[in-house]
Design a protein around this ligand. Sequence first.
Ligand code: SAM
Length: 231
Amino acid sequence: MALRKVKLSARLEAVAKMVPEGTYLADVGSDHAYLPISLIQRGIISYAQAIENKMGPFLRMQGNVDDSGLSSHIDVSLSDGLDKLNDGVQTLCLCGLGGMLTCQILEKNLDKLDNIKTIICDPHHDLVAVREKISALGYHISDEKMVYENKIYYTIIRFDKGDLNKPYNYHDLHFGPIARRERSQVFLDWIEINRKAVGEQLNKNLSPERKEAYLRLYRALASEAKGTASK
Ligand SMILES: C[S@@+](CC[C@H](N)C(=O)[O-])C[C@H]1O[C@@H](n2cnc3c(N)ncnc32)[C@H](O)[C@@H]1O
C-alpha cells in the first residue's frame, strides 16, 4: 500500500528544489526519510540512499520507506556519515545537521567525494566554516535560499563541483554570495536581527581582539542592510 504523498516543511521544500533532476541522491542524517520519499513520489529522482547513524531514527526511516512502497528505490543504511556511501551517488544532502558536523562528515571520507557533483546543506550555525570547507574541497556555491520557518532562519546552500566565482570574500563567506546579491526580504530581516545582536555585543566589556572582530562584522552587516557593500 503506497503512503499518502509526503508534504515537506518549507525548509525541506527549498532543499528539494535544489536537488538536480534524475540524480542519485544520498540523504545523510535522513531521520524520517521525507526528503527522498517526496522527491521520488514527485518523479524528480528515481533512486536514493537514506543514511542514519542512530537506531531510533534508522528504524523510523526504514518504517516510512517501507510504508511508502518505495523500498526498491530507497536503500536504507545504518552507518556513520559517508562510511557506507553507495557507488554511483552523485548528490549529497546533509540537512538538519550542525555546520561543524557537516564539515566532519565530509572530511572523514574525502575519497568518497570523487563522484559527488552536488552537495546541499542547511547548517544552522558555522555557515562560514561550511562555505570555506566545501569551497576548499573543490566546489562553488551555485544556489542559496533563506527560509524563515517556526521562528528560525535557515540558509540552504547548494554547492556544485568546480571553481566558478571564487575566491569568496568576507561578506560572501558570512552572508552568502548569492543571498546577498538577491537580497530577499528574509535575508534582509536576518541581516537586521544580526546587526542588532552584534551591536548589543559591542556594548559589553570585550577583549580588544573580540571587539575588533565584532566591529568588523557589525560594519559588514550595516553595509549589507543599506545595500552599499561591494558585490
Ligand atoms: C535533525 S535530523 C534532520 C533530519 C532531516 N535531514 C531534515 O533535515 O529534516 C538530523 C539527523 O541526522 C542524524 N545524524 C547525525 N549525525 C549523523 C552521522 N554522522 N551520520 C548519519 N546520520 C547522522 C541524526 O541521528 C538525526 O536523525
